[in-house]
Structures are given as structure tokens and as C-alpha cells.
Design a protein around this ligand. Structure first.
Ligand SMILES: Cc1cc2nc3c(=O)[nH]c(=O)nc-3n(C[C@H](O)[C@H](O)[C@H](O)COP(=O)(O)O)c2cc1C
Length: 196
């Protein structure tokens, strides 16, 4: 990988690899490194001009964000204190939810914002990308969570098109990964599009 761009870093939280694939694709386009969230140490992100963070969506949380949000809050504090900052943060979530639905973006924004100071809510660019889900590789806890979700969806009176899609694919592999869909994240990291 070309890691010439030492001013930018892509950090990711991924359980089964979809977010990692997006992170590596974005990092390759930006010419920087992609680092798993669990390897990021205290103070390690402070020197970058741009930090892209992406995490997999897991039932109301974003993989890796709890940890990386601390670094983001520190950057926001530095900016407030007038310190040498101007650090750009670009956030994306990788999930099964359909990015063409406004609800998907609203929920992603809410999950990111809930770990940021109130005054920063809605200010950072957020993007929604679609990942894969392969039931064959899920761990026991995630398999159980999906079984419970499916049992609940089967009882639902008025399931949405997305609910029906999830029910139809239950037990199989769903493949939504699309590297080209990450183009707006790359543009935002370069200083263009501002996402949701
Ligand atoms: C237990 C479980 C919960 C999930 N919850 C959500 C969710 O709330 N929203 C969503 O869009 N996708 C959800 N997904 C789908 C994952 O976000 C999707 O498979 C994604 O590609 C995972 O990224 P990763 O492979 O990088 O971990 C869930 C998957 C599992 C197994």
C-alpha cells in the first residue's frame, strides 16, 4: 500500500471485514494507512490533519466508535481552545441498512453524535455505506441476536421492504459491498463533499 500521505489516516472498527475493506479502499485512494481502532493508542491521532473513521453497525452501536470518539472529542477540545488544530474528521458507518433511506442516515448521525459534545452534533460529515453479512461466519452472540431480530420481524404486523429482504435472506449471505460507493467519503477526506 502507498502510505505517502502521512497527514491522513483511516481508522476502522470491523468484525467481519466489510468495514475493513472499505477502510483499505479509502486509504489506498488517499495514499495513507488504514489502522484498526483497537490498535490506536492515546494521543496517536493528534498529529493528523485528517482522520477518517468507519465502523460496522451493530444494533444501536458502531464498532470501534466508543474508543475513537475519545480522540475526536480531544480534537474538538483542542479546536475550541484555539490550539493548532483544523483537524478534519470524516465518519462513515457500514451496515445492511439501505443508504437510499433518510432513516438510515438519521440513525447513523444519531449514533455518532451521541458520543460527541452537544455543540458538535450535526457538524461532522457522516456517510452510510452498505456491507456484507454472511450468516455462516457469525459468532454465537451475533447469530443469537439475528435469530431474535428475525423472530421479532416475523411477528411484525406491517414489515417494511427492508424487513422482508432481511427475512428472505436470513441464514444466507448478503453481499452489498460496493467499493465505488465510498467515493463521497474519499472526496470529503480530500476536502469536498460534506455528507449528511
Ligand atoms: C448482530 C448484528 C447486528 C447488526 N445490526 C445492524 C444494524 O443495526 N444496522 C445495520 O445497518 N446493519 C446491522 N448489521 C449488519 C452489519 O452492520 C453488516 O453485516 C456490516 O457489513 C458489518 O460490518 P463488518 O463486517 O465490518 O463488521 C448487524 C449485523 C449483526 C450480525
Amino acid at each position: 500500500m502507498d502510505t505517502e500521505n502521512a497527514k491522513t489516516v483511516v481508522v476502522y472498527g470491523s468484525r467481519y471485514g466489510s468495514t475493513k475493506r472499505y477502510a483499505e479502499h479509502i486509504a489506498a485512494a488517499l495514499g495513507c494507512a488504514a489502522v484498526p481502532a483497537e490498535e490506536v493508542r492515546r494521543g496517536q491521532l493528534g498529529g493528523y490533519k485528517t482522520v477518517v473513521f468507519g465502523g460496522g453497525a451493530y444494533a444501536g452501536s458502531i464498532c470501534g466508535w466508543k474508543k475513537i470518539a475519545r480522540h475526536c472529542r480531544a480534537a474538538l477540545r483542542r479546536a475550541k481552545g484555539g490550539g493548532a488544530n483544523g483537524q478534519r474528521w470524516v465518519l462513515f458507518v457500514c451496515g445492511l441498512a439501505d443508504p437510499s433511506k433518510e432513516k438510515t442516515w438519521r440513525e447513523a448521525r444519531m449514533l455518532f453524535d451521541k458520543r460527541l459534545p452537544a455543540e458538535a452534533a450535526g457538524t461532522l460529515p457522516v456517510f452510510c455505506l452498505r456491507g456484507d453479512l454472511d450468516y455462516a461466519v457469525l459468532g454465537a452472540k451475533h447469530r443469537l441476536m439475528m435469530r431474535m431480530l428475525v423472530a421479532w420481524l416475523r411477528r411484525k404486523k406491517d414489515p417494511s421492504a427492508e424487513d422482508k429482504q432481511l427475512l428472505a435472506s436470513y441464514g444466507d449471505a448478503v453481499r452489498f459491498f460496493d467499493a465505488a460507493s465510498a467515493a463521497p467519503v474519499i472526496a470529503a477526506a480530500r476536502g469536498g463533499d460534506d455528507g449528511a
